[in-house]
Design a protein around this ligand. Structure first.
Ligand SMILES: N[C@@H](CCC(=O)N[C@@H](CS)C(=O)NCC(=O)O)C(=O)O
Length: 422
C-alpha cells in the first residue's frame, strides 16, 4: 500500500525542472517582469538617477548591473520557455487523443525478477511479468485476480525510491505488466492501470481466440479535460470486460453493471480512505511502514540503508501527505469512521443480496478488487480496528481462502531478464 512514491515524488518535484506547461512559462515571464521592475526600483528611491542633474551621466553601479543582468536573464529564460512550451506542447489543447498500450520487443535488460507464482494447472498460455510494490493497493488487486484465476506469473519488486526496475519505461506507475502469449511472436504488450490490466486478462481468458496484443489495443489511454480544465488521460473503458456476444450464462447486463459500479467504488472511494487512516499519526505511520517492510521483504530485496530510508523517510512523508489527502477527500478528523462507513456499505449490500460474495457463490471482479484493496493494509492497525468494529471479516477471509487455494506455488528467485516457462 505504500504509494510511498507519492512522497518521494513530492520531495523530488522541488528539485526537478518544472514541466513546460503554458502556465509555467507565464509564471516565468511574470517573474522576468517582476525582476525587471525590482531592478528599476533603486534608481527612483535609493540612488541618483543616471543623469544626475548636471548633464554628466554616471556609469551604472554594481548593483544596477547585477539587477539588469538578472532581468535580462529572466526575460530570456521566460521567452525561451514560452517558445519551447508552444513548440513541445503543440497538442495540449487536443481532446480524445488515443494512445494504445506500447509493445515491447524483448524483456528490458537488467530487469530483476524477484519471485514467481507457478501453477502447473495454469492453462492461460500467458507470460506475465508484474512490476509492483507488494503493499500498493492497486498491485494487491492485480495479484488477487491472477491468484484467483490460478494463473502463473513473475514478480519484479520495484524499489519505491530508486525504481531502477522500471527505469526503461516512460510510464512510471505500478502495477505495470508485460504480457505475451507463449505461442505468439515473442513481443510483449506493456499495460498499466490495475483495472485495465484485470479487464484485459479477463477478456482474453474468456475467449483466447484473439491475440492479447490485439485485445490490448482496445484499452487505450484517452485524453480529456477535467472540471478544472486540466488535461488528463485515463483508460476510459477500464472496467469493461469484452464478452462480445458470448457472455457466460451467469453474466447479465445487470450483473455487469453491478460489477463495474463496485470496481470503480473500490478505486474512487475505498482506496482513498487508506492513506488518511494508516498514516494518521506518526506512530501509526511508522507501524504501517514496518509492516510494508515485512510484507514486501524489504530486508531481503534491498540493502539495510535503503530499507531504513524507505521506512523512516516514508513514514514521515506519508504522515504529512495523509493530512493533505484527508482534506482533498473531505474527510473529518475521525478518519476511521469513514472507513467503517465504507465497509458497512459493502457488507449491507452483501446482506441485501443474501449471497456469500457480490458475485454470488463465487467472487466477481468486484469482490476481488475490494478484497485486493483491503488486503494491502492487512497488517495495519486500521485493518485490525475494522475487524473489531465492522462485519467485514467473514467476507474478507472467505475471499482470501479461495484466492490462496487457487494461487500457484511460490518460487523465490532472481532471474536477470528472462521469464522461465512455467
Ligand atoms: N489508477 C492506477 C493507480 C496506480 C498508482 O497510483 N500507483 C502508485 C503506487 S500505489 C504509483 O505507482 N505511484 C507512482 C507515481 O505516481 O509516480 C491503477 O489502478 O493502477
Amino acid at each position: 500500500m505504500s504509494c510511498f512514491r507519492l512522497a518521494t515524488a513530492t520531495a523530488l518535484a522541488a528539485t526537478r525542472p518544472m514541466s513546460v506547461s503554458g502556465r509555467t512559462s507565464r509564471f516565468l515571464c511574470n517573474r522576468a517582469h517582476q525582476e525587471f521592475a525590482l531592478a528599476r526600483r533603486p534608481f527612483s528611491k535609493t540612488t541618483s538617477p543616471p543623469g544626475n542633474g548636471n548633464g554628466v551621466k554616471k556609469p551604472p553601479n554594481g548593483t544596477f548591473k547585477l539587477a539588469l543582468f538578472g532581468a535580462v536573464l529572466g526575460a530570456v529564460t521566460g521567452s525561451v520557455y514560452t517558445v519551447y512550451s508552444r513548440w513541445t506542447d503543440i497538442d495540449s489543447h487536443k481532446e480524445h487523443e488515443h494512445t494504445p498500450p506500447k509493445r515491447v520487443e524483448n524483456m528490458p535488460a537488467g530487469v530483476r525478477i524477484t519471485k514467481r507464482y507457478v501453477n502447473p494447472k495454469d492453462t492461460s498460455g500467458l507470460d506475465i511479468v508484474l512490476f509492483q510494490f507488494q503493499t500498493c493497493p492497486f498491485c494487491c488487486k492485480v495479484r488477487a485476480y491472477l491468484d484467483y484465476m490460478g494463473v502463473s506469473y513473475s514478480v519484479v519488486e520495484v524499489d519505491a525510491v530508486l525504481r531502477q526496475d522500471i527505469r526503461w519505461s516512460v510510464l512510471k506507475k505500478v502495477p505495470m505488466v508485460l504480457l505475451r502469449q507463449r505461442d505468439g511472436d515473442g513481443q510483449y504488450v506493456q499495460m498499466v492501470d490495475s483495472s485495465a490490466i484485470i479487464s484485459l486478462i479477463a477478456t482474453y481468458l474468456h475467449d483466447k481466440r484473439t491475440d492479447i496484443l490485439e485485445l490490448a489495443e482496445f484499452y487505450p489511454h484517452i485524453s480529456f479535460f477535467d472540471d478544472e480544465s486540466k488535461k488528463k488521460t485515463d483508460i476510459l473503458n477500464k472496467y469493461f470486460v469484452m464478452y462480445q456476444d458470448r457472455a457466460p450464462k451467469n453474466v447479465t447486463k445487470e450483473t455487469e453493471e453491478i460489477e463495474r459500479k463496485w470496481r470503480s467504488w473500490a478505486d474512487d472511494h475505498l482506496v482513498h480512505l487508506i492513506s488518511p487512516n494508516c498514516y494518521q499519526s506518526m506512530e501509526e505511520s511508522l507501524e504501517t511502514f514496518e509492516w510494508f517492510s515485512k510484507a514486501g521483504e524489504w530486508d531481503v530485496h534491498f540493502p539495510k540503508w535503503e530499507r531504513n530510508l524507505m521506512v523512516y523517510c516514508g513514514a514521515v512523508a506519508m504522515w504529512g501527505i495523509a493530512k493533505m489527502l484527508k482534506r482533498r477527500h473531505a474527510l473529518t478528523d475521525d478518519v476511521r469512521s469513514h472507513m467503517y462507513d465504507a465497509l458497512d456499505k459493502w457488507t449491507t449490500e452483501l446482506k441485501k443480496r443474501n449471497t456469500k460474495f457480490m458475485g454470488g457463490k463465487q467472487p466477481s471482479l468486484a469482490d476481488l478488487s475490494v478484497f485486493g484493496v483491503l488486503s494491502s493494509m492487512e497488517g495495519c492497525q486500521t485493518f485490525k480496528d475494522c475487524l473489531q468494529n465492522t462485519s467485514i471479516g467473514k467476507w474478507f477471509y472467505d475471499v482470501k481462502e479461495i484466492v490462496e487455494k487457487n494461487r500457484g506455488q511460490l518460487h523465490r528467485e532472481r532471474i536477470e531478464g528472462v521469464v522461465l516457462p512455467a
